[in-house]
Write a protein that binds this ligand. Structure first.
Ligand SMILES: Nc1ncnc2c1ncn2[C@@H]1O[C@H](COP(=O)(O)OP(=O)(O)O)[C@@H](O)[C@H]1O
Ligand SMILES: [Mg+2]
Length: 163
């Protein structure tokens, strides 16, 4: 896709949150500090959640009740986990209406087959995002989100558009 400022990453997340429907799953791939949590925060905001969205790195998962019941997972600390240890996470993802997962490489099996993989990478000071939907649901979601993002570059505020 394009190079993103932090504000743009947040607004891309918001566009995803505003256009998500029940059953959507977002996998956020990319190195530490690239902005996965920033995007996830935007998603929750786009769902109408106005509170804080701290990184779930240590608890692995946090739940949010916005327009959809959402879970935000960060599997960074999962490296040494046995398969049965991720069962509860898979159940949580299944029970949620929207799942946003950082470090999905640690446990792809807990995500539905049809998921939107958003790969973030650093390009000097800026960031690049590449979306790969893996099925009809996530393809349609990405289409809606991209349109919402492009039609609405200013977002709802809460970030300096020039940052
Ligand atoms: N273009 C950008 N996109 C996203 N985050 C950025 C950008 N530029 C700077 N940042 C900063 O980088 C950090 C990204 O952290 P975070 O979203 O927690 O990364 P991750 O979850 O991928 O480890 C934040 O402190 C954010 O303020
Ligand atoms: Mg993070």
């Amino acid at each position: 896709m394009r190079l993103m400022s932090e504000g743009e990453a947040r607004r891309l997340g918001e566009a995803l949150g505003r256009t998500a429907e029940r059953g959507c799953a977002l996998a956020l791939v990319g190195p530490l500090g690239v902005g996965k949590t920033v995007v996830a925060q935007g998603v929750m905001r786009g769902l109408g959640w106005s509170g804080r969205v701290p990184s779930p790195t240590f608890g692995l998962m946090r739940q949010y009740d916005g327009r959809l019941r959402a879970v935000h997972l960060d599997l960074y600390r999962l490296e040494a986990a046995a398969p049965e240890d991720v069962e509860w996470l898979g159940e949580a993802v299944e029970g949620a209406e929207l799942a946003v997962v950082e470090w999905p490489e640690r446990a792809w099996s807990i995500l539905p087959e049809d998921r939107l993989v958003l790969a973030l990478e650093r390009d000097g000071a800026a960031r690049r995002a590449q979306a790969a939907p893996s099925g009809p649901r996530s393809r349609a979601w990405w289409e809606r989100a991209r349109q919402a993002f492009e039609a609405w570059p200013g977002g709802t505020g809460g970030g300096d558009p020039h940052e």
